[in-house]
Design a protein around this ligand. Structure first.
Ligand code: SF4
Length: 736
């Protein structure tokens, strides 16, 4: 048997580590970190090793399934597409484009074909009912970045290798290796930060794995981030610590920010934060005093009522202390391809617009072309024009990943038609009429489309497929285009390659006019996602500009570089990066200023005796890694962590069975005592609850865990971004 070693970018989390996959024939024999990867330098976590398990998982779908007489049965690809063609176009013709909903999940961000072709399907459908995982965890940051800098993914990230003071709020990068910040081996980088005399401070309700390696941990009351952040900004103004340095001529709205935070004196909000006022003031002073410092806030700051305000205040802190766009501060990556902030005229743009339409039932505004995932169930349930009667899900499992899963599950049963593009028959796809399986990540090529825009260092890396796809199994981009052809009325038999050519040529004509045909010719060596990638690399900031910049990037050049191409440390990008209409950093967007004032009304609201928050485990990512033996083995990780004082008060014991209840639902849980939490706060990880009948996740079902989302209020959202509120729900706990 021939032994081979393949380079593969790990598609399982945002860290995007480079791996070496060792194979013997059609078998994976080992997965290791790629030492020569220019970005991750040999790092990997247990999830990366489990790529072997994912590839070999007997539950991973390899054949389409079509519902016949109420049962999902294996079908040929032709039969599956024929069923879509039989049922989808009549529905569109009778009820209109908005009658079809479209959901997309987190794994699509890690599949080049899915990410680049999803928009082609969305456009072909022409529906306003588009929902994604972004409104479950990150839309607030996208919104605040869009309002401040002019584009949704112009998100500054800590320059971790040069910073000397790092404040981490509501994030656990030792476990996640960054989120909206691609930073493999965060633990190693944090250790290096401290070894060079730097300091890391963590603010979080739980003493997280990141807090455990930090210099300081401050226990924040769930949902109080807005008060902590506003109090720090208040201190900067109050104590004359605002120093905007080089950015001064590019900043708009400093005085408005100062006025908006005036009511948030540390002494006024400290009790709500659970952090003493002198500490709040000291953190602001230290941030201002350090030459190289950065504030990073993530999922805990986003999944709250004031998620957008929190996300904005994090960047306000960086900007007001002269740490935005400075070495060792919060900097903007420079992606080699696909970044909107490298396209068009530098320094000024159209900015962003929200609310171009609203959800039909709750009136939730569109943000980034999406509606909140938490309104999907009511849009299916509520009759009237625009009712969602059919659904296409792409790598998404909202029944487990969004609040109100049980209600959504019932709503999905009432749909006229449902299609899922997914590798599993899971809690959501079990409701589908047709399931079209994606490829194993090892059968697919990859380039990280989104994450170089969020990376701690600039890079361009590509990995080809480790194994050839099974005969007749189309790549996901082809499946999406075939669905698009059906939605466009071209039929399931449409020539996908011809459609791909037409769509690209039409786009090139818009961009380049008469130069489109020669450009198509120059790109003729590739098809599908690779052709889009070659175009994006060659016309990107490091590209060869089709020969006008010799030595610049092309796909061939990136493919030829073992371990990728290093494009250097982060460099200053302001004002070039800005795409705001004013050409300035909008420090005081009116919608954020106004919403901050709403926080005052909630300042005095008494805390419930017990609230629940989520957490993340290194062996888990969202809802879809609980079926892999390597990650599932060992102690059960879906436990409810409870402080010993709360356990004694509620009469529950370590390892015991209990019931956790809220005003919205109740779930059985397994208790784990932990003093990492303060009294009054319990923690249950999300993405569990694998006990739904009809799902095919045999290993996950052995220890299904409890679905945290069953306890959450489906109506609770950050009103600006539509992001769900996932933490801080009042709960009660009792033995079972
Ligand atoms: S940290 Fe993320 S990208 Fe790296 S090996 Fe683990 S799962 Fe893969």
């Amino acid at each position: 048997m021939t032994e081979r070693t393949h380079y593969r970018i790990c598609p399982l989390c945002e860290a995007c580590c480079g791996l070496r996959v060792h194979t013997e024939g059609a078998r994976v024999v080992a997965v290791r970190g790629a030492e020569d990867d220019v970005f991750s330098r040999g790092y990997l976590c247990p999830k990366g090793v489990a790529l072997k398990d994912l590839h070999e998982d007997p539950d991973r779908l390899r054949t389409p399934l079509v519902r016949r007489e109420g049962v999902l049965r294996p079908a040929s690809w032709e039969d599956a597409f024929a069923e879509v063609e039989r049922r989808l176009p009549p529905l569109l013709a009778e009820h209109g484009r908005d009658a079809v909903g479209l959901t997309v999940g987190n794994p699509s961000a890690h599949k080049m074909g899915l990410l680049l072709y999803f928009s082609r399907l969305a456009k072909a459908l022409g529906t306003k009912n588009i929902f994604s995982a972004s409104t479950l965890d990150q839309m607030p940051k996208q919104l605040s970045a869009g309002l401040m800098f002019g584009h949704w993914l112009s998100i500054p990230v800590p320059d971790i290798e040069r910073t000397r003071w790092l404040l981490v709020i509501g994030a656990n990068p030792v476990v996640s290796n960054g989120s909206l910040w691609t930073v493999p081996d965060f633990r190693g980088k944090a250790k290096a930060l401290r070894a060079r005399g730097g300091k890391m401070i963590v603010v979080d309700p739980r003493r997280t794995e990141t807090a455990a390696v930090a210099d300081e941990h401050h226990t924040l009351r769930p949902g109080a981030d807005v008060y902590l952040l506003a109090a720090m900004v208040h201190t900067l103004f109050d104590e004359g610590l605002v120093r905007t340095g080089r950015l001064t001529p590019h900043l708009s709205g400093i005085d408005d920010v100062g006025a908006a935070v005036r009511p948030f004196a540390p002494e006024r909000v400290a009790a709500r934060c659970g952090v003493p006022a002198p500490t709040l003031r000291r953190l602001a002073r230290e941030l201002a005093a350090h030459e190289r410092a950065a504030v990073y806030g993530r999922i805990g700051t986003c999944t709250q009522r004031f998620g957008s305000v929190n996300s904005w205040l994090v960047d306000v802190l960086n900007a007001l202390t002269g740490h935005l766009d400075e070495a060792g501060g919060a900097m903007f990556p420079h992606a080699a391809a696909f970044a909107a902030n490298t396209q068009g005229a530098p320094g000024r743009g159209r900015g962003i617009t929200t609310g171009r339409h609203a959800s039909r039932v709750s009136g939730a505004p569109e943000v980034f072309g999406e509606l909140p995932m938490t309104v999907l169930a009511e849009e299916i349930e509520t009759p009237g024009p625009g009712q969602v009667r059919a659904l296409i899900t792409v790598a998404s499992n909202p029944v487990l990943s969004a609040p109100g899963g049980a209600r959504l599950s019932k709503a999905l049963e009432t749909l006229d038609f449902m299609v899922s593009l997914d590798i599993y028959l899971n809690e959501t796809t079990r409701h589908a009429d047709v399931i079209l399986p994606g490829l194993s990540p090892l059968e697919d090529s990859h380039y990280d489309v989104a994450f170089p825009q969020l990376s701690f260092r600039n890079h361009a890396r590509y990995s080809g497929p480790v194994f050839a796809p099974p005969d007749g199994h189309p790549a996901e981009w082809r499946t999406l285009l075939r669905l698009a052809a059906i939605a466009r009325g071209q039929g399931a038999q449409a020539d996908v390659d011809a459609l791909d050519d037409q769509l690209l040529e039409a786009e090139l004509r818009k961009l380049a006019g008469d130069a489109a045909p020669p450009l198509m010719q120059a790109l003729a060596g590739h098809r599908g996602p690779e052709r889009l990638l070659d175009l994006a690399l060659r016309t990107g900031p490091f590209g060869d500009l089709f020969g006008r910049k010799p030595g610049g990037l092309t796909l061939e050049r990136v493919q030829a570089a073992p371990g990728g191409v290093d494009l250097g440390e982060l460099a200053a990008r302001l004002p070039e990066l800005l795409r705001t209409p004013s050409g300035k950093i909008e420090l005081a967007p009116p919608s954020l200023l106004a919403d901050l004032q709403h926080a005052l009304a909630e300042l005095e609201v008494p805390a419930p005796p017990l609230v629940v928050i989520g957490r993340r485990d290194v062996r888990s990512n969202n809802s879809w890694m609980h079926n892999l033996p390597l990650l599932a083995k060992g102690p059960f990780r879906g436990t409810l962590q409870v402080h010993p004082d709360d356990a004694a008060r509620c009469g529950v014991a370590d390892g015991g069975a209990a019931e956790l209840a809220s005003a919205h639902g109740r779930v059985p849980v397994q208790v784990e005592l932990s003093d990492a939490l303060p009294p009054g706060v319990v923690s249950l990880p999300h993405g569990w609850g694998h006990d739904a009948p009809g799902a095919r996740l045999a290993l996950a079902a052995e220890r299904p865990g409890a679905n945290l989302n069953e306890l959450l209020d489906v109506r609770a959202r950050d009103p600006l971004s539509g992001n769900a509120v996932l933490g801080g729900e009042a709960v009660t706990l009792r033995p079972r």
